[in-house]
Design a protein around this ligand. Structure first.
Ligand SMILES: Nc1nc2c(ncn2[C@@H]2O[C@H](COP(=O)(O)OP(=O)(O)OP(=O)(O)O)[C@@H](O)[C@H]2O)c(=O)[nH]1
Ligand SMILES: [Mg+2]
Length: 300
């Protein structure tokens, strides 16, 4: 009998873990060849675990992007650390990503400590090697690694070699996701993330860390090839609301324009995006509000 060439017989889960800003989300997008997860030059961009699925021949790779590990006191930081560490016991391989343009930090040492406790196989992925060559030596002593790769997630340098080695490590396993699946997250989640990314890009100071985005309404008008999306940018204080709106509404307009352009690429239809700004006092410290905004302690 004829066997379809891409029948999945091997698979595995691969967590990408590392301190904030190491380039984890950039790597996931590079691997997938799509903008699934958001990235920014500011640390602590990713807040939830997000799955990205790649089929390579007979093998299905299920990557898990995680929030950067950083010790913080706020409830939202604890949620983020929980999201990062809760994956470790369940995965087949960990990619421990470090910023090769800098030296090892306390956060790197904390992660190495946790990884030693869980015992999963770990590849050291030294990123940003487009900036400086050969920095693996600064990190190789953190723990026992089963492979060391110097890459650039931004330019793609050595990413193919990393992917080859990851695939080679996967054992027999089922097809966890249908072959057209890119992620476990719904489009609404990705849309809210795209909007949050523009807030990270276009605002400074504490604003990015005080912002959550919810999608309140989503309507597809197929006859017009149009999606109508209403979303709210939640901030913690009235003064922040004024900043996000900007002079004469200039900033919120810019956020909306950039997010809409990305959404149109993602969805392949025209998008009408209506953005509101709301104030939820101190939501980053309030368990109920965290849950409402998609940062539920049960979501692990
Ligand atoms: N030069 C250079 N910059 C990179 C590389 N990879 C990522 N960056 C940049 O580093 C910054 C952080 O990238 P992210 O992918 O958001 O980092 P992250 O590890 O997901 O960060 P968190 O979500 O905050 O934990 C962005 O400005 C990226 O463009 C790289 O290989 N080379
Ligand atoms: Mg990230």
């Amino acid at each position: 009998m004829h066997t379809p060439p891409n029948r999945i017989t091997r698979s595995g889960f691969i967590a990408i873990i590392g301190r904030p800003n190491a380039g984890k989300s950039t790597l996931l997008n590079m691997i997938l060849g799509e903008k699934l997860v958001i990235t920014s030059s500011k640390p602590q961009t990713t807040r939830n675990r997000i799955t990205g699925v790649l089929n390579r021949g007979d093998c299905q790779l299920v990557f898990i992007d995680t929030p950067g590990v950083h010790e913080g006191e706020k409830l939202i930081n604890k949620y983020m650390a929980g999201q990062a560490f809760s994956t470790l016991g369940e995965v087949d391989l960990v990619l421990f990503m470090v910023d090769g343009s800098q030296d090892a930090t306390d956060d790197d040492r904390l992660i190495a400590q946790k990884l030693k406790e869980t015992g999963s196989p770990v590849f050291l992925v030294v990123n940003k090697c487009d900036r400086k060559e050969g920095r693996a030596v600064n990190f190789a002593g953190l723990m026992q690694f089963e492979g060391i790769f110097e890459i650039s997630a931004l330019t793609g340098k050595n990413v193919a070699d990393l992917l080859e080695a990851v695939t080679a490590r996967m054992g027999e396993g089922p097809e966890y996701y249908p072959d057209d699946a890119l992620t476990d997250r719904p489009e609404r989640f990705i849309a809210a993330e795209y909007i949050r990314e523009k807030v990270f890009d276009l605002t400074g100071e504490e604003i990015p860390y005080s912002v959550a985005v919810t999608v309140d309404m989503w309507e597809e008008r197929e006859e017009k090839n149009l999606a109508v999306i209403h979303a709210t940018i939640h901030v913690e204080r009235d003064s922040q609301k004024a900043i996000v709106i900007g002079k004469g509404g200039a900033l919120i307009k810019e956020i909306g324009k950039k997010a809409r352009e990305d959404l149109e690429k993602l969805l392949g239809v025209r998008v009408f995006l209506d953005l509101h700004v709301g104030v939820e006092k101190n939501w980053t410290k309030d368990p109920k509000k965290l849950e409402q905004f998609g940062y539920s302690a049960r979501d692990k």
